[in-house]
Every structure is written in C-alpha cells, then in structure tokens.
Design a binder for this molecule. Sequence first.
Ligand code: NAP
Length: 251
Amino acid sequence: MGKKFIVVGASSGIGKALAEQLLSEGNQVALLARRDKVLKEFASKFNTDPKNRIALTVKYDSTLFASAKTVFAKILKEFGSIDGIYYASGVMPTVAPDEFSTDKDIAMINTNLLGAIAILNPAAEYFQSIGKGMIAGISSIAGDRGRRGAPVYNTSKSALNTYLEALRNRLAVKGVQIVTIKPGFVSTDMLKDAKVPDKGFLKPITPEAAAKIIIQKISSGSEEFYVPGRWALVGLIIRNIPSFIFRKLNI
Ligand SMILES: NC(=O)c1ccc[n+]([C@@H]2O[C@H](COP(=O)([O-])OP(=O)(O)OC[C@H]3O[C@@H](n4cnc5c(N)ncnc54)[C@H](OP(=O)(O)O)[C@@H]3O)[C@@H](O)[C@H]2O)c1
C-alpha cells in the first residue's frame, strides 16, 4: 500500500519532480504551492480514478506563516495519517554584485527559512507524537559557505541546515528521520537566468534525476547528502578554503 506525503513547492522544479515520482509509485501526495492552477493541471494526470484521487492540491503561500499549522492539520484530517513531508519551496532573486536589497533578502529568508520552519514545526510535532515519519528540507550546497554573490541566499540555506540538524538531534531518538538535502546545479526555473556550466563535472542534472537520487537516498536511511553525490567533493573543498584565500576567489 502507498504512503502519504506532503510536498511544499510542488508546482515546478525539484518539488514537482519529487511529487511526480511519489505519485507514480502509487503514493498519495498533497501538492502545495501558490500557483494552484498549475497544481490542478498536474494533479489531473494522476486523479484519473474518481474513487482513488491520489493527488490533493492545496493553494499555499509559505510566507503566510500563521496559516501553516491549520493547513497541516487539514491535510492530516483529509489523509488520516502522514508519512513524510518535503519542503522544496525556495526563491533566489538575482542580486547584482554591488546590490544590497533588503526586500530581496526578506523574500529569501521568508520563503527559504521561515516558511520551512512554519510548516515543518507542526510536522515535527505530529511525527514526534506517533514515533515515526520523515521530514526533508531542500537546502543547497550554497549553505556551505558565505559567498560574495548571494549573501542572504547562502544565509537562508545555512540557517535551514542548522534548523534541520537541531530537529534531527531532537527527533532521531523518537524514530523520526530528518533529512538535509544539498543539491548542486539542477536545471529548473530557478537557474534560468544563472550562468552555469553546460558540460563537465558541474553540469546541471534534470529535476527528475535529482528526485530519483533524493527518494532513493531517503529510503536507504540517509540523513544528509549532496545531489548528485559528486557535489560532496565540491562542498569539501569549498568548506576548507581558508577565509583569506576564499575572499579573493570569484565564486
Ligand atoms: N535549481 C538548483 O540548481 C538548486 C540548487 C540547490 C538548491 N535548490 C533549492 O531547491 C528548491 C527548489 O527549487 P527549484 O530549483 O526546483 O526551483 P523552482 O522550479 O523555481 O521551484 C520553486 C518552487 O518553490 C515554490 N515557491 C516559491 N515561493 C513560494 C511561496 N511563497 N509559497 C509556496 N511555494 C513557493 C514555487 O511554487 P509557486 O511559485 O507556485 O508558489 C515552486 O514550486 C529551492 O529551495 C532551491 O533553493 C535548487
């Protein structure tokens, strides 16, 4: 029998690919994002049997923090139980090298960090109460270091890593799997204006390939990993470059 999942940020990119794979494997999935028309169209592909509608769509804005608890409770009521939640919502507006935009920074902190905390807290409380479950946050290799190009995107991801680590330290003993996912380049809308290599070691992978790796790693019990795995080497190098050298590099 299939399991029941929530995917926040299921209207495009990595979240959509995760939802697609979970639904294709016969799981029930609640699809959350602001573009509910896109979600409905996507869900209709999987809701062909009126007696077994496996894709539930929920129009949801992660930055409306006060609604998170109620939305989680409504999905729980509809599904009866929940096995796991993926937080894949995120924004990364273009920030010029000499730009300091508090508006853009607030948008990133609200969506990438506070939005995650707002919905993962009720999930954590529920999984703690039943002694099982899985919480996965899509972070980024960008959280490994404070880089000149994206100060607050980096901050949002490193803070998300710390939050997820703390949840893991609280909840592992209660039987809950907490997963920190650190993708490298994935060819989604988020990267459409970014300069990324089109070949070689750092070439972007498709969202479908990323979803396949993520679901496989989670089912094998992993708690923290890069996607694809080769980015672990990049992370290792980046984290170990001394600060006085790092600030001279244009990365
Ligand atoms: N692509 C990469 O190379 C890469 C690398 C490392 C990490 N990541 C991370 O992976 C995650 C997914 O990004 P992606 O690459 O798949 O980008 P994407 O295709 O742009 O998807 C972003 C998703 O976030 C949702 N979202 C944005 N703001 C939201 C809000 N206020 N409320 C609810 N949902 C919101 C979007 O849905 P709506 O617009 O419909 O609300 C969309 O479903 C992000 O956290 C990103 O930082 C991506």
